[in-house]
Write a new protein. Sequence first.
Length: 581
Amino acid sequence: MAGKITQHRASPMSDATGASVDSSPNDSPSSNLPPAKNSAFAPLKEKVFRRIWTASVLSNFGQLILGVGVAWEMTRLTDSSTMVALVQTAMMLPLMLVALPAGAIADMFDRRKVAMSGLCIAIVFSSTLSVLAYLGLTTPWVLLAFCSLIGTGVAFYYPAWNSSIGEQVTQAALPAAIALNSISYNVARSFGPAVGGLIVLALGAQAAFAVNAIAYLPLLLALFVWQRVQVSSRLPPERISRAIVSGMRYALHSSPIRTVLIRVCIFTFGSATANALAPLIAKDLLHGDAGTFGILLGATGVGAVLGALLISRIHETFTLEQAVSFLAVTGGLSFFALALSHNLIVSCLAMMLAGAMSMVTISLMNITVQISVPRWVIARALSLYSSLLTAGVAVGAWFWGSVADHWSIEISLLASGAFLLLLPLLAFVLPMPNYDLTSAEQADFHSEPEVNLPVTMRSGPIVIEIEYQVEEVNAREYYDAMQAVRKLRMRNGGFDWTITRDIADPELWIERFHLPTWGDYLRMRDRLTQADMAAMGEADKHLKHGAKKHVRRGLERPLGSVRWKTTTPDNRQDNSVFMGP
């Protein structure tokens, strides 16, 4: 019960779906990028970036002051180490659970408005927590609940903001801009916790909660005045559920991104100990107060800022694997020092080293995601990145807090330090990808598919069949090259991919895959990048000389399909044929 299948003969410069593509990298904006030797502060020359960055420093101050207030209030309300560690879990958990839908929304709609909406949510719940604290209605579980609610607003804000950095600066300045955003957080972390500790000592935790609510306002204003140009897609947006699945499929079938996601989760699991147990380190190991706690977190921030200033040099000098392996070993040694120290100065130096190690590692992985992912899925990829990052932090904070509860803070720090020392061994099973500035460049199309059947965006399923003529002597090499093609089909929206060889004609190979709808097929064409074209080009090198690929696009009509019944036609708005511009 199949619909009519049209045949289209692709030109030699066509992609494997029959679209003519300009695959010359010289026409892409990043092909002539200079080496990443820009000043670490060069992105601040851009007015929009400078305004948002400055406001983000203030909002980060508020966020960290909130963390100090909640953590210290928790130590006042309960003696449980697990409950204290769960403060960080509660603040991070929404980033893990909400970030992916938020990233899909940011990819589908205006990122500026999505970011502003997230900030408004955070402001409302921060203000509510302040009122409850002034009324004396806070309990350990109330604190954890509002940490999660505030974190939900931040979770909506973060992917929209992070994915828009590339719109505020040039791609050449992107690594420096990402480093600066890390600096904005860690500048605040250098002084925010100490200021938060003083606020808690002088005015109480409720004042820290109020300061956090106020600190979000400048960033909300900076985003409001940003005259962002929303570039409309030629295709209607996906449904939110389909967009989420598309983002997950891309990450699942993109080996470099999948590796970075797994590695960042493992790393943050092991490195969550210092920050999660910092209140207890200050109270039990150093016998200090809220001010001591603030000083420790401030030292972490100072180390992170110093580390951020080295990111450009590290990015130019070392591979990603070399950098993260060295940093993991450094972090493990700093945790050992922290566990054995009862001196404030030594502990501060250890926290500085741990802060630098953590910030640089996370920033380098963030840079890799930003420059390796195409724009159509970047917010979702960054959402997955932040989800896995915060999942590692949340689970790590709970796990190492439980270890401290059952044994001691020292044993928890020593165990997590040993865990970090073992991370370089992951290079043998999950090697980190190298930096790639060109893989995410979008390919340019010069033709549209031939359509003689009245199809709509919702018509489907769609079956794509592509015939190749391959010399028998090249069969093995061609098959191996097509495995890379399989990955790009799957991450761009295809499923049920197969490659078959004709028994009667061994030179005839047929690639076949499905897409849910005609709209998904058009989106797949739009998603092809220069890296995808290079992968298909490698397979095409093994084709028979002079042979052309034959592309067939079919509308599959399984028996029992609702749309096959004449009594249930498509909606009126879907009745037009869509073939692109």
